[in-house]
Ligand binder design. Structure first.
Ligand SMILES: Cc1ncc(COP(=O)(O)O)c(C=O)c1O
Length: 376
C-alpha cells in the first residue's frame, strides 16, 4: 500500500454535497470578493481565538506583510526572524521594504532561540520582530518573547501560518499575540479551496489599519487614506473555510492522534523526534524527526521506493538561501538552523489517516533506516 505525504481528499461523507450547495449559493449571489461569507468567517475565527478582531486576506504571505505594515515597519527598518522557517517569512520583510536579520533556533523545540533573540535585539535595534510558530507549536519561551517585546515596545508579529488550532496553556496560540497571522493554503490544517489568509489583531485599531491596507487604503470607495494594495479574501474561499470549520475539531483530533501514534511507535527505532514543549497542544500539522544528514537522502529514496511520501520542511536555512544575498542585514547564529534543515524528515500526516497507513509507514521507516545505515 502506498501512503502519500498528504492527501487533501479525505472529505467527510457529506462534505462535498454540502459544498456543492454552498458553491451554488455563492455563485447565485455573486459574492465573489468579500461579502457575507467573509464576514462570517472573520467572526468565527475571532471567537475561536478570543481576540479583538480578525481580517481575512488573500494569502498567508500578504497577512505577514499587512501585519508588518500595520505596526509601521517600512523602508530601511530591521526586522528579526528565525533562521528556520518558510521563505515567505523572509520575503514578507523584504517586500515591505525592510531589512531581515536572522536568529538561530533552539534545537529542543525547533523555534527561534530566546537568548539569541535578546542578543539580536541589542545588536540590530530592530523596528519589529517576527516569531514563527513552526510545525504547529511554538517556543517553550513564548511568554518570554511576548513580555520582552512588550516591555521594550518592540512590535512582535507572530507568524501563525502553521498553527491554526494550536493551544498554549489552554488558550488559542493566537489569543495573547499583539498581531498574528495565518495561512489557509489548501495543505494547511485549516485549508481553503485556493489561497487565503488572515490577520488576528489584539486591538480594533490594528484591525482597521490592516483592513485599510488590504483594500487599497480605501476610506470610501474612491478615497484612499494610505497606499496599500489588494489583498481581499474571495467569497468561495471564505465559504469553503466556513464549511470546513464545522469539521475542524474532528480533523484536529485525527491529526493529533496520528502524531501520537508515530511518537509512540517510532521509539522502537530510537527516532529523534522534535515535538511541542510542555504547555502546548499542537495541531498535528507536521511530524518532525531529525535524521543523520548523511543518511537522510537514502532514507527518502528508500521510503519512495516503498510508495511512502515524506517531506523535508524545510531543507535550507533562510540565511543560506541564494535569494537572501543582498537583502539580509546580518545573523545571530545559524548552526542549529542548518542542522535542523539538513536533518529534518517529515512522515505522512493528514486528517483521516488510517491505522493501516500509519503501520505501513512505521514498517517502511524501520526498513529505510536500516537500509540507509547499511548503505552508509
Ligand atoms: C511559516 C509560514 N509563513 C508564511 C506562509 C505563507 O503562506 P501562503 O502560502 O498562504 O502565502 C507559510 C505557508 O506555507 C508558512 O508555512
Amino acid at each position: 500500500m502506498s501512503v502519500p505525504f498528504i492527501d487533501l481528499r479525505r472529505f467527510e461523507p457529506d462534505f462535498m454535497e454540502r459544498w456543492m450547495e454552498i458553491a451554488r449559493r455563492v455563485s447565485e449571489n455573486t459574492a465573489f470578493v468579500g461579502g457575507p461569507e467573509v464576514t462570517k468567517l472573520e467572526e468565527s475565527l475571532r471567537k475561536r481565538a478570543n481576540c479583538a478582531a480578525v481580517v481575512g486576506c488573500a494569502n498567508g504571505t500578504d497577512a505577514l506583510q499587512l501585519a508588518l505594515r500595520a505596526v509601521d515597519v517600512g523602508p530601511g527598518d530591521v526586522v528579526l526572524l528565525p533562521d528556520a522557517t518558510f521563505w515567505a517569512t523572509f520575503e514578507a520583510v523584504v517586500n515591505v521594504g525592510a531589512r531581515p536579520a536572522t536568529v538561530d533556533i533552539d534545537l529542543t523545540d525547533g523555534q527561534m532561540d530566546f537568548d539569541l533573540f535578546v542578543q539580536a535585539v541589542e545588536k540590530f535595534q530592530p523596528k519589529a520582530a517576527l516569531l514563527v510558530h513552526l510545525y504547529g507549536w511554538s517556543s517553550a519561551r513564548l511568554d518570554e518573547f511576548r513580555a520582552f517585546c512588550r516591555e521594550r515596545d518592540l512590535p512582535l508579529v507572530e507568524d501563525g501560518a502553521q498553527s491554526f488550532g494550536t493551544t498554549w496553556n489552554g488558550k488559542s496560540i493566537y489569543e495573547d499575540a499583539l498581531i498574528t497571522t495565518t495561512s489557509f493554503y489548501p495543505a494547511k490544517v485549516l485549508g481553503s479551496c485556493g489561497d487565503a489568509g488572515a490577520v488576528y489583531c489584539a486591538t480594533q485599531e490594528l484591525a482597521d489599519k490592516v483592513r485599510l491596507l488590504g483594500n487599497h487604503g480605501r476610506v470610501s470607495h474612491y478615497e484612499h487614506g494610505l497606499v496599500g494594495w489588494n489583498s481581499r479574501m474571495g467569497g468561495f474561499d471564505a465559504a469553503w473555510l466556513n464549511l470546513t470549520l464545522e469539521y475542524i475539531d474532528e480533523r484536529l483530533a485525527s491529526r493529533r492522534k496520528a502524531c501520537e501514534w508515530y511518537d509512540a511507535r517510532l521509539m522502537e527505532f530510537g527516532a529523534r523526534i522534535i515535538g511541542p514543549p510542555e504547555g502546548y497542544v499542537a495541531n498535528g500539522y507536521l511530524h518532525v524527526t531529525l535524521q543523520d544528514p548523511d543518511l537522510r537522502n537514502a532514507m527518502i529514496e528508500n521510503l519512495k521506493e516503498k510508495g511512502i511520501g515524506s517531506a523535508t520542511v524545510y531543507p535550507g536555512a533562510m540565511s543560506r538561501q541564494p535569494g537572501a544575498k543582498g537583502w539580509i542585514t546580518g545573523t545571530v547564529g545559524d548552526k542549529n538552523a542548518d542542522l535542523l534543515c539538513r536533518g529534518v524528515l517529515n512522515l505522512p500526516l493528514f486528517h483521516g489517516m488510517r491505522e493501516e497507513e500509519l503501520e505501513e509507514v512505521r514498517v517502511a521507516y524501520g526498513t529505510a533506516l536500516a537500509a540507509a545505515g547499511t548503505a552508509a
